[in-house]
Ligand binder design. Structure first.
Ligand SMILES: Cc1ncc(COP(=O)(O)O)c(C=O)c1O
Length: 362
């Protein structure tokens, strides 16, 4: 089976973990600091704060900006649920703006209609590894005095106008979950250029404590371990090369799929660098997606749907009173299909995927 993702560690990660284990210092310490330094250098931010997950990175970012009950945060309904659940955790209300039909990211042209005096921030998601339109989003934020938190959990190394995502907003959040473009198994990172936010995030991550057993504010335990950071340091070194392989695989598929009727390949606007966390096709109306998935499975190809139900239509959100229709997200979620393009997919397997799709659609 050609799996949709593959988690693979080499000698470097194993040796790096062993070194930490043998040292006896396994909790948050020097390796975490080194990982933060190297990650912020790679992204191009002044500071970085490692966390236990992408979800905790988002939650702490919102808290650091003082967002809470009575506030509203504008975001996309077409993402992994963590993007908006992090807003709920703070007591604030996620306000959903429909997506762009071509990029699948938040439609910046619709954002301003949803801004009112409760709105505190915009939280765009760089879905599948494609940046959101950060110039437009930042301009809207500036005009309306809003914060911007980038959900870059799927977009390590993605670029917008030659600048890496995670450097556009007040804060950028990354996930190092096992299937991401780079991993610490579970883990996250917040990037920022703002020293005050950086200091606040470090307090929030560690029970509000700068000095052991002295607690200045209400904080949490969302620390990363040195063991995770040791893996992350090695994975970071491999990120560019692995992203290149993802892009190669994606381009290979897109070239061949251009001749096949009934599907639309991923769209990459000019000046955007897509890092293909996912390679996602849009199926034409009338194509039965479940049938295609079944046929591909029979042909040894694992295809997945990210995400079959937009966030505002999830039971949790309906129970919170969300009733609004967001037609583009609702339509797109019924027609997307992701195929394997991870760095370990071989040329021969790409050919297998192409013939699998051709016969599934014929
Ligand atoms: C877009 C998006 N946001 C947030 C998250 C949450 O990250 P984590 O699973 O590390 O908590 C994920 C990852 O799963 C994600 O894909």
């Amino acid at each position: 089976m050609i799996t949709i993702s593959k988690v693979k560690f080499d000698r470097e990660e194993i040796q790096s973990i062993l070194k930490v284990i043998k040292s006896g210092s396994v909790t948050q310490g020097e390796r975490v600091e080194e990982f933060e330094k190297n990650f912020s250098k790679y992204i191009g931010s002044k500071y970085a704060v490692a966390t236990s997950s992408g979800t905790s990175a988002l939650f702490l970012s919102l808290l650091a900006l003082g967002i809470g009950a009575g506030d509203e945060v504008i975001t996309t309904p077409f993402s992994f649920i963590a993007s908006s659940n992090a807003i709920l955790y703070t007591g604030a209300r996620p306000v959903f703006v429909d997506i762009n039909e071509r990029t699948f990211n938040i439609d910046e042209k619709l954002i301003e209609k949803k801004i009112n005096n409760k709105t505190k921030a915009i939280l765009p998601v760089h879905l599948y590894g494609l940046p959101s339109d950060m110039e437009s989003i930042n301009a809207i934020a500036k005009r309306n005095k809003l914060f911007v938190i980038e959900d870059a959990c799927q977009a390590h190394g993605a670029e917008y106008k030659n600048r890496k995502v995670g450097t556009f907003g007040d804060l950028g959040c990354f996930s190092f979950y096992a299937t991401k473009n780079m991993t610490t198994i579970e883990g996250g990172m917040i990037t920022t250029n703002n020293k005050k936010l950086y200091e606040k995030l470090k307090l929030l991550r560690n029970h509000g404590s700068k000095t052991r057993y002295y607690h200045d504010i209400l904080g949490y335990n969302y620390r990363m371990t040195d063991l995770s950071a040791a893996i992350g340091l090695e994975q970071l070194k491999k990120l560019e090369n692995n992203n290149r392989k993802r892009v190669y695989n994606a381009e290979y598929l897109s070239k061949s799929f251009a001749k096949i009727n009934g599907i639309r390949v991923p769209f990459i606007p000019k000046d955007y660098k897509h890092v293909f966390h996912q390679y996602t096709l849009l199926l034409n109306k009338g194509i039965k997606r479940d049938e295609v998935v079944k046929k591909l499975k029979k042909a040894g190809i694992m295809a997945e749907v990210y995400y079959p139900l937009p966030i505002h239509k999830q039971k949790l959100y309906e129970s919170l009173g969300y009733k609004e229709k967001l037609p583009v997200a609702e339509k797109i979620s019924k027609a997307v299909l992701s195929l394997p393009i991870h760095p370990y997919v071989k040329n021969q397997e790409l050919k297998q995927i192409i013939s699998g799709i051709s016969s599934a659609l014929s």
